[in-house]
Write a protein that binds this ligand. Structure first.
Ligand code: SF4
Ligand code: FES
Length: 253
């Protein structure tokens, strides 16, 4: 895709110090056959994030830019995109740390594009739901007298990092297996399967192992490990996948 035009912003919402070229991928699949890049000159300060810069463009230069965000503090998982080719949260990436005069933003790979930088999460959320992301117990174990199911710090340690997942989809977007098998369960859901299976309060291990042990399931992963490298919350899906395989192969119980 070639850059089509450059628009220079009058610095209204960000006080000017330096300028960077923000190259935004524009694409409406309902009306166009392919994406095109448009360049915008945007002022930035040392605290300006990529999301701030996109919103500056949206406010001052092109209201039509499609971008999704909510919390602006790396909590909601809405603002994932490719920034200079690497998947990242736009609200958690500062312009200054990219060390580049041109910053290219594109929608994440392995997701359908809705418009510009916004992708569809339907499949990821339905796969997440499929692995039953909640504690499963028999009703009979929860009686009026039941107050707490206690765990030791060591038991919590086994799954706690996996519960930090914000469902941003960065791991799925960088997964080479997702790129070639659109039915692959994916690192996000597999990491969550491990999160609940490793929780001593949960009794759903058998169900979940059955769900992930199919032709588009856990065995399709060939351990590229890129999912763990891009996770902004320190989750290690690649390790979760290996630990899950241990259950399926009988090394873990
Ligand atoms: S595991 Fe990490 S990268 Fe993947 S969806 Fe969860 S928070 Fe995002
Ligand atoms: S806006 Fe919520 S994670 Fe970026």
């Amino acid at each position: 895709m070639a850059a089509q035009s450059t628009q220079i912003s009058k610095p209204t919402s960000i006080p000017a110090s330096k300028y960077v070229t923000l190259r935004i991928s524009k694409f409406n699949p309902k009306k166009e056959s392919s994406p095109k890049f448009i360049d915008f000159k945007v002022p930035y300060q040392k605290w300006t994030t990529v999301l701030d810069a996109i919103l500056h463009v949206k406010q001052n230069l092109d209201h039509s830019i499609g971008v999704r965000y909510s919390c602006r503090q790396a909590s909601c998982g809405s603002c994932g995109m490719k920034i200079n080719g690497r998947p990242a949260l736009a609200c958690f990436t500062k312009i200054i740390e990219l060390n580049s005069d041109v910053i290219t933003v594109e929608p994440m790979n392995n997701f359908p594009i809705i418009r510009d930088l916004v992708v569809g999460f339907e499949r990821m959320f339905s796969t997440h739901k499929k692995i039953k992301p909640y504690i499963i117990r028999e009703d009979s174990e929860i009686t009026p007298g039941t107050k707490e199911f206690l765990q030791t710090p060591e038991e919590v340690e086994k799954y706690i990092q996996f519960s930090n997942c914000i469902k941003c989809g960065l791991c799925n977007s960088v997964c080479p297996t997702m790129a070639t098998d659109s039915s692959f369960v994916g690192p996000q859901a597999l990491a969550q399967a491990y999160r609940y299976i490793a929780d001593t309060r949960d009794k759903g291990k058998k169900d979940r192992l059955k769900i992930i042990d199919d032709s588009h399931g856990i065995w399709r992963c060939h351990f590229a490990g890129s999912c763990s490298q891009v996770c902004p919350k320190g989750v290690d899906p690649a390790m979760g996948i290996q630990l899950l395989r241990g259950y399926l192969l009988g090394f873990r119980s």
